[in-house]
Design a protein around this ligand. Structure first.
Ligand SMILES: C[S@@+](CC[C@H](N)C(=O)[O-])C[C@H]1O[C@@H](n2cnc3c(N)ncnc32)[C@H](O)[C@@H]1O
Length: 318
C-alpha cells in the first residue's frame, strides 16, 4: 500500500480478500465505526424494523421469569452491546448484580455508552471491553460474581453463517462454567414481505448504514468509492434462510482500495451482511452440541425468540 496514514492491516486484508471473490463481499463487522453504530440505533427506531419491538416486548413481559432464571450476584457480559438499550431492563431488575461487562467492536461508541450507563447506575461495576467477540478476549475478574451470564440480544448471531455461529457458540461455552448461562435473542423465519420491508425502510436509514461502510473504507484505507455510484438492496434468500444486504454498482466502474484496482460491472453487487433467521428447532439444533435450552419465549406475533441456555453438564472445563 502506498498511503502513509495508519491503516488497520486486518481491515485491508479482509477487504482485498472479499473483493477478490467472484461474489464481492465485506465482513459485516466493519459497518460499526462510530457513525455506523449511530445509524444502527436509528434503524432500531424505524417502524418496519420489527426485531427491536418484538425483543423488547418479550423482555418486558417475561422480565420476572428471566431474572429468576438468571439468579442473584450475576456478572452480566453482553456481546455486541451497542447502546445497551434492552440491557437496562435487566440492570433494573436483577438482584445484587455483581457487574456489567459490555463488549463491542465499535470502541468510541462503546466508551460513550458506558459513560452514560455509569451516570445512570453509579453503584454498578461497569467494565467495557473493546474487542471482536469472534476472537479471544478476557472477561474481567469479578470477585463478587457467583455466576456469569452471557447476553447476546438483537439476533446478532444471525450475522454469522451457521458454521461460524456454531464455532462462536463453542467459544462462548469455553468461556463459562457449569451453572452459568447464555441469554440470546434470535430472529425467526417469517413472510418474505415482512423481512424485506424491515431491511429496506422507507426513510432510507438502512441504505445509509449500508453505504456508510464504503465511507469508512474511503477514510481508513484511502479507498476511492463514489457513494453515488452504489445503491442499497436487501433480499430474502429462501434457500439459505437469510436476509442478504447488498450494495449494487449503478454503472461499470473501477474502484481503488489502497494500491489495488477492482472492476465492478453495472448491476454487480457487494454482499455486505447476512441475517440468518431460525425456527426454534433450527436454533436448538445449532446450539445443542454445547448448550441445553432451558426456556424459550416468543412475542405475540411469533416474529422473534429469546432463549435461556445453560452449558451442557458434560462439557464443563473443556
Ligand atoms: C445488530 S447490532 C445489535 C446491538 C444491540 N445488542 C441490540 O440488540 O440492539 C450488533 C452489535 O454488535 C457489534 N458487533 C458486530 N460485530 C462484532 C464483533 N465481531 N465483535 C464485537 N462486536 C461486534 C456492533 O458494533 C453492534 O453494536
Amino acid at each position: 500500500m502506498t498511503q502513509e496514514k495508519n491503516v488497520d492491516p486486518q481491515l485491508f486484508t479482509d477487504v482485498i480478500e472479499g473483493f477478490s471473490q467472484e461474489q464481492k463481499s465485506l465482513p459485516s463487522k466493519y459497518f460499526y465505526d462510530e457513525r455506523g453504530s449511530e445509524l444502527f440505533e436509528l434503524i432500531c427506531q424505524q417502524e418496519e424494523y420489527y426485531p427491536t419491538d418484538a425483543e423488547v416486548e418479550i423482555i418486558k413481559n417475561r422480565i420476572y421469569e428471566i431474572v429468576a432464571l438468571l439468579g442473584d450476584n450475576v456478572q452480566l457480559v453482553e456481546l455486541g452491546s451497542g447502546s445497551s438499550m434492552k440491557t437496562r431492563m435487566l440492570l433494573e431488575h436483577l438482584n445484587k448484580l455483581a457487574g456489567y461487562v459490555p463488549v463491542d467492536i465499535s470502541e468510541e461508541f462503546l466508551l460513550t455508552e458506558s459513560e452514560k450507563l455509569r451516570n445512570e447506575y453509579p453503584d454498578l461495576t461497569i467494565e467495557p471491553v473493546a474487542a471482536d467477540y469472534t476472537g479471544s478476549f478476557e472477561i474481567p475478574d469479578n470477585p463478587d460474581a457467583k455466576k456469569t451470564v452471557i447476553y447476546f440480544p438483537g439476533s446478532t448471531i444471525g450475522n454469522l453463517i451457521p458454521t461460524e455461529a456454531k464455532a462462536f457458540l463453542k467459544t462462548v461455552a469455553s468461556m463459562i462454567d457449569s451453572g452459568d448461562g447464555l441469554l440470546i435473542g434470535v430472529d425467526r423465519k417469517k413472510d418474505r414481505k415482512i423481512l424485506e420491508k424491515a431491511y429496506n425502510d422507507k426513510n432510507g436509514v438502512t441504505a445509509e448504514f449500508n453505504l456508510n461502510v464504503l465511507r469508512r473504507l474511503n477514510r481508513e484505507l484511502d479507498a476511492g468509492f463514489d457513494l453515488d455510484n452504489f445503491s442499497h438492496k436487501a433480499i430474502y434468500n429462501d434457500d439459505e434462510g437469510r436476509v442478504e444486504m447488498h450494495l449494487i454498482s449503478r454503472k461499470d466502474q473501477e474502484v481503488r482500495v489502497g494500491d489495488r484496482i477492482f472492476l465492478l460491472k453495472k448491476g454487480e453487487t457487494i454482499h455486505t451482511e447476512n441475517s440468518y433467521k431460525y425456527s426454534t428447532e433450527e436454533f436448538s439444533e445449532l446450539a445443542s452440541e454445547y448448550f441445553d435450552i432451558e426456556k424459550t419465549w416468543v412475542d405475540h406475533r411469533h416474529y422473534f425468540s429469546v432463549h435461556y441456555l445453560s452449558l451442557k453438564t458434560d462439557l464443563t472445563g473443556f
